[in-house]
Design a protein around this ligand. Structure first.
Ligand code: CP
Ligand code: NVA
Length: 317
């Protein structure tokens, strides 16, 4: 049960979520607790978003983010509008600032998936309603919340867990790093040289980790890093918008595949996570993603629960 004091200290009302670094560890914990509560009691909160409209702008494809935000909003009694960026006047050059001002007078919150993170910052600057980042080239905060919930469910705790991310230092890695660092997780990020997460984000995560008792470390040797890992995570080598680099990336990442040989080094009861969609045979083998340690579909389901918790906290009166 979430206490009144906890609730007061953790209020997210009207807040925008752009990176995850805007949430304190208490606020993250609060969202995870609320998501767990909503997951076990599906009837919980069916009127929390009554009369509320969530606009969802997509400049990139999506299965999980689109459907979980839409289904989640409906389950809480609200209404979600799918807005393809190319169908809006934005696609013909209307400014982000003008779009932000206009949409603020029609809907109660905007969830946006786009390329440049600056677009989301600009939208948030000019909007008078909360903005939720549904993935940019730099961050994927809602994914990281679902990842944390899955680790908590599987391992019973977050503090002290050893999480090893193998692959590209991308949007998913950046947000996971911030979330993990806030919650006292020991996170090792293993990338080929040149594919590390952005140094300023790593530095900020290391500051968060110093406060929480966690650690954030960068490596290049997957076999060394994976030793004793409780959680192994990977994501695609080529993210949306990087398709022209695909051939080079396939070569650069060839020694960074998560397969059964690498996983021999992990702890016996490790779990495997992937934000999905996966490129089977590239960053992960089918044997691993379909194997007994994989919890990727539980992780995908958790997108729905954490986002419902987030929307309810941000929007309900
Ligand atoms: N993990 C994730 O964001 O998936 P989609 O691209 O399907 O939304
Ligand atoms: N890093 C991937 C995540 C997809 C959910 C991408 O940006 O394409």
């Amino acid at each position: 049960m979430i206490s009144a004091t906890q609730k007061k200290n953790s209020s997210l009302k009207g807040k925008s979520i752009l990176t995850l670094s805007e949430l304190s560890s208490e606020q993250i914990q609060f969202i995870l607790d609320k998501a767990e509560q909503m997951k076990t009691n599906k009837e919980d909160g069916t009127h929390l978003l009554q009369g509320k409209i969530v606009g969802m702008i997509f400049d990139k494809p999506s299965t999980r983010t689109r459907v979980s935000f839409e289904a989640g909003t409906l389950q809480l009694g609200g209404h979600a509008l799918y807005l393809n960026g190319q169908d809006l006047q934005l696609g013909r050059g209307e400014t982000i600032a003008d779009t932000a001002k206009v949409l603020s007078s029609y809907v109660d919150a905007i969830m946006i998936r786009t390329f440049s993170h600056q677009t989301v910052e600009e939208l948030s600057l000019h909007a008078s309603i909360p903005i939720i980042n549904g993935l940019t080239d730099l961050y994927h905060p809602c994914q990281a919340l679902a990842d944390l919930l899955t680790i908590k469910e599987q391992k019973g705790q977050l503090k002290g867990v050893k999480l090893v991310y193998v692959g590209d230092g991308n949007n998913v890695a950046n947000s996971l790093m911030l979330g993990a660092a806030s919650m006292g997780i020991t996170m090792e990020i293993v990338t080929p040289p040149g594919y590390e997460p952005q140094p300023s984000i790593t530095k900020f995560a290391q500051l968060l980790a110093a406060k929480s008792g966690g650690r954030v470390m960068l490596h290049h040797d997957p076999f060394e890093a994976v030793k004793g890992a409780d959680v192994i995570y990977t994501d695609v080598w080529t993210s949306m918008g990087q398709e022209q680099e695909n051939e080079k990336r396939l070569m650069d990442f060839v020694n960074y595949q998560v397969n059964t040989t690498l996983l021999k080094e992990a702890s016996q009861d490790y779990i495997f996570l992937h934000c999905l969609p996966a490129h089977r045979g590239e960053e992960v083998t089918s044997e691993v993603i379909d194997g007994e340690h994989s919890v990727v579909f539980q992780q995908a389901e958790n997108r729905l629960h954490v986002q419902k918790a987030l929307l309810a906290e941000i929007l309900s009166s």
